[in-house]
Every structure is written in C-alpha cells, then in structure tokens.
Design a protein around this ligand. Structure first.
Ligand SMILES: CC(C)(COP(=O)(O)OP(=O)(O)OC[C@H]1O[C@@H](n2cnc3c(N)ncnc32)[C@H](O)[C@@H]1OP(=O)(O)O)[C@@H](O)C(=O)NCCC(=O)NCCS
Length: 213
C-alpha cells in the first residue's frame, strides 16, 4: 500500500473524515460512548482485492517519484468502477468489456499472479485510474533457465500526461522484472514512442515481427 493512501485507509477503518477528531478525543467528548473500534467492519478490514501481492515489489525510489495526489499499486477488482476502461481505451480498442468479463479476466490474472503483474496509478483526488501497465514474466530454458520480462499495455490518461506518470509506471515494472529474476525486459512500441522509452532507460534492439488473426 502506498504511503500516500495509508492515512486514508486508517481513516476508513474508523469511518471518519480527516477533519473529525481522533477516536480517543471523541470518546473523551462523549462520556460512555461506544469505542470507535466498534465501527470496524469486515468490508473495511479486508480491503480491496488486488491482482498480486505487492510486498517488496514497489521500491521506495518509485514511490518517491510519485506526487502525493497519486498512488501506485496492483490493479484492483473494483478498478472497473474507477474509470479503468476509459483510460485503457486511450491505448487501443477495448471493445465491449463488461464488468462480468473484466471480473472473469481479473480472477484469471490473479490465479496467474506469479506470471502477470498488472499495476495502476490512481488519482486520489478523483479516485480515477489514470495510468496502467503490465509486466509478464516468462520462464525460459535458455540462460540457465532464466526469466525474461515483457512490458505490455502502457497508458496514461490524457488528463494526466506530461507529469512523469508514464516514466514511473515503466520504472515500477522494470523493478518488478528485476525482483522476479528477469535478466532482461522487452517491449514493443510504435515509432513515435521510441523517445519516451529511451527516456525510461530502454534502448532499441532488434525488430518485432507479428501476425494478426
Ligand atoms: C506514451 C505515454 C505512456 C507517456 O506517458 P506520460 O505520462 O505523458 O509521459 P511522462 O510524463 O512520464 O514522460 C517522460 C518523459 O518522456 C517524454 N515523452 C513522453 N512521451 C513521449 C513521446 N511520445 N516521445 C518522446 N518523448 C516522450 C516526456 O517529455 C518526458 O521527458 P522529460 O523526462 O525530459 O521531461 C502516454 O503518452 C500515453 O499513454 N500515450 C497513449 C498510449 C500509448 O501510446 N502507450 C504506449 C504504447 S507502447
């Protein structure tokens, strides 16, 4: 969990707005009132359903690059309601991605959470998803059963471009790739994005071939 969202999460545990007094102060104001802890619910304790366990996978360096209005974290099952499709649509055609289909795919990606790592940047002022990216970790036989990272589906919502969020997403995915033992990470991009990836410390090498079905 991002440090930026931690205070909000603590507030939500007590169902309080930031301006409300702390539980101890409140109890003192209303003698005999139930302790605030009585308001804890299973829903707030369990928290969002994340696609992967982020423990150790978001470096302090990556988090330090992010403005406090944003949080970087794994994709969550409720992101569908936070403008996920709107942002993803700015990458390519998404088609009719219903909530049912989203949840089905989310559950599958979660089952394969040692292979797929889908990350999101949330704007904490609007609670909208403004950035997305994925790294897939491929297990190989070559290079002494080495691993290769593949970065996919990078997009920053046009309302949030030019604020370094794209670069932060790439840095976060590169870090996950390294942590997961990849000896290199690859991606395919269009000609006009080469400059962006170069600024993210990546270099052009070889070519990509494709076939469409
Ligand atoms: C490409 C994209 C992800 C960049 O996101 P962004 O958040 O606006 O980029 P950043 O603010 O992190 O930019 C980082 C640096 O790259 C530069 N940059 C951004 N886009 C660039 C581009 N297309 N070409 C060259 N440089 C670019 C920025 O000027 C910035 O440079 P600086 O560090 O000198 O200031 C975003 O424009 C986008 O989502 N585009 C549509 C979807 C897309 O094409 N995705 C990539 C698929 S391969």
């Amino acid at each position: 969990m991002s440090f930026a969202v931690l205070p909000r999460a603590i507030m939500s545990l007590f169902r309080m707005r930031p301006s409300e007094p702390a539980p101890a102060e409140k109890a003192a104001v209303v003698p005999g009132a139930l302790p605030e802890v009585a308001y804890l619910t299973i829903e707030t304790l369990s928290g969002p359903d994340y696609q992967f366990d982020s423990e150790g996978l978001f470096s302090d360096e990556v988090r330090g690059m992010l403005h406090e209005n944003y949080a970087i974290r794994p994709l969550a099952s409720d992101d569908f309601h936070k403008g996920y499709v709107e942002t993803l649509s700015q990458l390519t055609t998404v088609g009719n991605l219903t909530e049912e289909l989203f949840q089905e795919r989310f559950a599958r990606l979660k089952r394969f959470n040692e292979i797929y790592y889908c990350i999101a940047i949330e704007d904490l002022t609007s609670n909208k998803i403004v950035g997305l990216g994925t790294i897939m970790i491929e297990d190989k036989f070559i290079h002494e059963a080495g691993r290769v990272g593949h970065i996919e589906d990078i997009v920053v919502n046009d309302c949030a471009r030019g604020k370094n969020l794209g670069k932060i997403i790439i840095e976060a995915l590169k870090f996950i790739g390294k942590e997961k033992g990849a000896y290199k990470t690859l991606l395919a991009c269009s000609q006009h994005n080469i400059g962006f990836y170069a600024k993210c410390g990546m270099a052009q090498k070889e070519v990509v071939m494709s076939v469409y079905y």
